[in-house]
Design a protein around this ligand. Structure first.
Ligand code: MG
Length: 202
């Protein structure tokens, strides 16, 4: 499986990092070794002093496809989840300044904790609330209405370049409020009011 991720998909988050509004989706990948499942803890890596959380809604690809038309995109994902796109902000900043790829700042071990996946039909995907708490305090609150590029468009767009396969996971971008974690913190992620994911920083 592969993990595809979208950057700069919420306007308020673009502002907080002083980035430019992209004309088309910003896409990156994480290797499968980034995945943390079943509330596994995250081990703070040696190479960074500024690991940030970014809570994001996830799509799980249900069947393979390429050149998917936007109007058929909904058939290619049946389940959603919530995840954290851990980012080594210090390393990312150095790479951005040089115009270099983000891979190491986004794709390191354990940089993709994911929740269980649940059927999408129980939710209004156009108006879906999700949030992140750090040690019980709300730090990020998002709603899919605020996305620049919606789920179906993202599926269609990605599939023009990269064949999607069953089991692939798509991180769909983070709302504002990203921030640093420290060892000992506990992150908890919610879809609507339902706790979906917990991740301890070790
Ligand atoms: Mg992100």
């Amino acid at each position: 499986m592969k993990i595809l991720a979208i950057g700069r998909n919420y306007a308020e988050h673009i502002k907080e990092l002083n980035n430019e509004n992209p004309g088309e989706p910003v896409v990156f990948m994480k290797p499968d070794t980034a995945l943390l499942e079943n509330n596994e803890p995250f081990y703070y890596p040696e190479f960074s002093k500024d690991i940030h959380f970014e809570v994001e809604i996830l799509l799980k690809i249900a069947k393979g496809g390429k050149y998917i038309q936007e109007k058929f995109a909904h058939k290619y994902y049946n389940e959603i989840g919530v995840g954290i796109d851990f980012t080594a902000r210090d390393l990312q900043q150095r790479l951005k300044e040089k115009g270099l790829p983000w891979l190491l700042a986004k794709g390191f071990n354990g940089s993709a904790p994911v929740s269980e996946f649940v059927p999408k039909d129980q939710f209004d995907l156009q108006n879906l609330n999700f949030s992140l708490q750090l040690d019980g305090e709300v730090r990020q609150e998002g709603n899919t209405r605020m996305m620049l590029f919606k789920f179906d468009y993202l599926i269609s767009y990605l599939s023009q370049f990269i064949t999607l396969k069953k089991g692939d996971i798509i991180f769909t971008g983070t709302p504002k409020g990203v921030g640093a974690v420290q060892k000992g913190n506990i992150l908890t992620a919610f879809i609507e009011n339902q706790k979906m994911l917990e991740c301890e920083i070790k």
